[in-house]
Design a protein around this ligand. Structure first.
Ligand SMILES: O=C(O)CCC(=O)C(=O)O
Length: 254
């Protein structure tokens, strides 16, 4: 099965996006898709993530990245069927395919919880300088497991910055942890997925509340690039066996 057949088998067809949604992605570099996860799915995902955090303790997240002020988990594909939605959801895949010219595979599936009083990141892009304008290599999706509000560490983005070409935040700002004059805060209810072309400048903000701000990042790249976490090397035979042929293609483990 090739990628186009896998996307079709999962129902991820281009017509799932309206013209307005495609224009938003192209112009702003990100698109919010509300209501992707049901309240029951959100609860099941939160429960499993808390179990994993308790089991993994200080090791949590280390397959990819640990970050002060956050709780992170990685290699989620291998850690529960409840996470399959993050790499098989038709509309999200259609949006990722739109950004990456129909050429994609999962790069990594991670959770990132900003702890109370923490979570501020420098503004960044997930790829270096882009030599060929518009030849996007990476696309992320952030799955809101809590409402993202003005003060709980919601992700900030600079709309349109995926079109800045070779320019990166450090070229524009003396201190990338400071607010950018054109930044916007992604706010929305839990269950929303924000697909963002991750050449768009973005970063977590400070969580000023007493509760964690929980999210999962389902991150994609073109098939010629390496994965942030090598799925073939990190999935158990049992996980690979239970996945559909189409899901295996998305993960590049077929
Ligand atoms: O979780 C967020 O709000 C953004 C995280 C992010 O951009 C990153 O970890 O690189």
């Amino acid at each position: 099965m090739n990628l186009q057949e896998a996307l079709a088998a999962l129902g991820a067809t281009p017509d799932l996006l309206s013209d307005a949604e495609r224009e938003t992605l192209d112009r702003d570099g990100y698109l919010a898709i509300p209501g992707v996860l049901s309240p029951e799915q959100i609860e099941a995902i939160r429960t499993r993530l808390d179990e994993l955090l308790a089991e993994e303790g200080d090791e949590a997240g280390k397959e990819v990245h640990q970050e002060a002020g956050t709780e992170r988990l990685a290699n989620l594909v291998n850690k529960g069927e409840v996470f399959d939605v993050f790499f098989t959801h038709p509309k999200v895949l259609a949006a990722i395919a739109h950004v990456l010219g129909g050429d994609l595979k999962l790069s990594s599936l991670n959770a990132r919880f900003a702890k109370p009083g923490e979570g501020l990141q420098g503004l960044h892009a997930d790829w270096g300088r882009l030599d060929v304008p518009g030849n996007f290599q990476v696309c992320n999706s952030i799955w809101l497991l809590d409402d993202f509000t003005a003060d709980n560490g919601a992700t900030r983005v600079v709309p349109g910055s995926h079109l800045f070409g070779k320019k990166l935040p450090s070229d524009d700002m003396a201190d990338v942890s400071q607010p950018h004059p054109d930044e916007a805060l992604i706010q929305g209810p839990a269950g929303t997925v924000v697909v963002f072309n991750s050449h768009t400048w973005h970063g977590g903000t400070l969580n000023r509340t007493a509760n964690r701000r929980r999210a999962v990042h389902s991150y994609y790249t073109r098939r010629q690039n390496g994965q942030q976490l090598d799925q073939r090397a990190n999935l158990s035979p049992e996980t690979v066996a239970r996945l559909s042929p189409a899901a295996r293609v998305i993960l590049d483990v077929e």
